[in-house]
Design a protein around this ligand. Structure first.
Ligand code: HEM
Length: 512
């Protein structure tokens, strides 16, 4: 544990890099530690009425959680979210198949596509947006128009593809995401947000665009839901239906445009976009960097989805969430351990307390690391008597290989000889933990699982030069790779009739 001073007018903070003690704080010492102003205030300007911007003692917190309670149930995830994730991921597969063909397998920068695909996915899950609002499909259609032109080859052997201008709604989401990233670095985020809104007309315009986008989507959904046209197809539909039922029960008019509903919906994009996009970016890099892992994963997928493989088709969305593939979960989890998008979880002391025998004054901010000693390098030795009496978990990684990317560490052989995935294999905290741990964890796993499975099913990812595969990273909302290139060959199935990039929805009105 280390004490740091963040700057003028700030109280000293602590950094703790020890899984056992961190887990205890997050899971069991919730009366002593909570999300406090240091972490909530970064969100307070952007989504002040989302539960991510509230402490657990905030009187609004329970009501907000109640509103979104069902969105992470297996039923909702499988029936509503999974088909949206699947469709948007297949659009990415089509786009990359086209890019692989046009660029003849040369490396191209995949970061923008992954970023856009993650926005398409979370937008579809949150709002059930139509195809004309999805960037990746539009981009594939745009490229297929230009498919006669081969991209120029850069000096380093990479190729660049022309890009469509970003749609205004997506540009607003992106700009607000960047703005949020800046709030984490500001000493007084609330004040900084207000000042930036006053001095930057562009930022204010993005917020107006975002508000209009949510208002319009809600209005369209209410009309559709009142006509009972197509059931629940997004988180928004579910939240609005909940409000309709609550209003009917209370004998009042439903309030669809409450700040709480608007912010809980927008919070999906804020909390679920950059995180998943970064996780996928690292995953794609790791898959290319470790060919032996990639080969083993593809073989595991072909065995698990043997019918799809025999029939030369894509695994269906139901096959993807229903059939367990331990090695797929192991690769996914290892990539999150190795390159977690959020390496720090924040808590603040609610009262004077003690950590590892040291007195901690009330309101001390504690940074709990999930990237450092105990996760990627051997733990710092701590005498047992200094530990909190409730810290019980003694999980640890083998110190000789914890610095390596090794998915097998997540697999165990059962008594009857089956190989299973074990999520409790060792220290891991990519999603935080406890009652204030990541709300979207199940959705994130579902998303990344579908994306990883479909990408490895469809493409061979070739190993890249040292420069293109650099592991340098930068900090924004997440810890993101500086370089994320892919060099691809389509492996399976070679052709995708009907739904391919060249058979996109021709009713889209795209200005080329
Ligand atoms: C790989 C993807 C993701 C990662 C690595 C991630 C990680 C995290 C972490 C570390 C936290 C803080 C937890 C804590 O303080 O204990 C968090 C909170 C949160 N995450 Fe995620 N997240 C991901 C995806 C998502 C998605 C898809 C959503 C969609 C709704 C989401 C929604 C949230 C929310 C609402 C919170 C705040 C919870 C609260 O304040 O109680 N996350 N996430």
């Amino acid at each position: 544990m280390t004490q740091i001073w963040m700057g003028p007018l700030q109280k000293p903070c602590l950094i703790l890099s020890d899984f056992r003690e961190s887990q205890d704080i997050l899971l069991r010492r919730t009366r002593e530690f909570d999300r406090g102003p240091f972490s909530t205030s970064a969100f307070a300007g952007v989504v002040p009425n989302h539960h991510i911007a509230m402490s657990s003692l905030d009187p609004r917190f329970k009501g907000n959680k109640e509103l979104v309670r069902d969105l992470m149930t297996p039923k909702f995830l499988h029936e509503v979210s999974a088909p949206q994730i699947y469709a948007k991921t297949m659009a990415l597969v089509d786009l990359w198949a086209l890019k692989a063909e046009l660029g003849e397998g040369r490396p191209f920068n995949a970061r923008r596509d992954i970023f856009d695909a993650a926005i398409d996915i979370i937008n579809a899950v949150a709002f059930g947006l139509e195809d004309d609002q999805t960037t990746i499909k539009n981009q594939a259609k745009f490229l297929s128009y230009k498919s006669g032109q081969r991209p120029a080859i850069n000096a380093d052997g990479t190729v660049d593809f022309p890009e469509l201008p970003t749609l205004p709604n997506i540009a607003a989401i992106e700009a607000i995401g960047l703005h949020l990233g800046e709030q984490f670095k500001a000493p007084f985020p609330r004040l900084m947000h207000r000042i930036q809104m006053l001095i930057s007309p562009t930022l204010a315009k993005h917020f107006t665009q975002k508000d209009k986008f949510i208002r319009d989507e809600i209005d369209k959904a209410v009309v559709r839901l009142c006509k009972d046209e197509s059931g629940t197809r997004s988180a928004m539909d579910h939240i609005l239906q909940r409000e309709m039922r609550a209003a009917e029960k209370a004998g009042r008019e439903p309030i669809f445009h409450s700040p709480r509903i608007h912010d809980e919906l927008f919070g999906f994009l804020v909390a679920g976009h950059d995180t998943s996009s970064t996780a996928i970016a690292w995953m794609v890099k790791n898959i290319a960097e470790y060919p032996e892992v990639q080969i083993k994963l593809r073989a595991a997928l072909r065995t698990a989805y043997s019918e799809a493989h025999a029939e030369g088709r894509q695994p269906s969305v139901v096959e993807l969430w229903k059939i367990s593939v331990p090695y797929l979960d192991a690769v996914l989890e290892e990539s999150l351990r190795y390159d977690g998008p959020i390496p720090i979880t924040l808590r603040e002391a609610l009262d004077d307390t003690v950590i590892l025998g040291h007195k901690i004054p009330k309101e001390t901010v504690v940074f709990l690391l999930s990237d450092g000693p105990d996760y990627h390098s051997p733990p710092i030795p701590i005498p047992e008597h200094a530990r909190s009496p409730s810290s019980r978990d003694r999980r640890s990684w083998d110190p000789s290989d914890m610095h390596l990317f090794k998915p097998d560490r997540w697999l165990k052989t059962t008594e009857n000889g089956n190989i299973v995935y074990d999520s409790q294999s060792g220290p891991m905290m990519a999603f935080g933990l406890g009652p204030r741990g990541c709300f979207g964890r199940r959705l994130a796993y579902l998303e990344i699982r579908i994306v990883l499975a479909l990408l490895v099913w469809n493409f061979e990812f070739h190993k890249l030069s040292d420069e293109l595969s650099s592991r340098d990273s930068y900090d924004s909302i997440t810890k993101s790779p500086v370089r994320c290139y892919v060099s691809l060959t389509k492996v399976m199935p070679k052709e995708r009739p009907q739904e391919g990039a060249c058979a996109l929805n021709t009713s889209l009105d795209i200005k080329l």
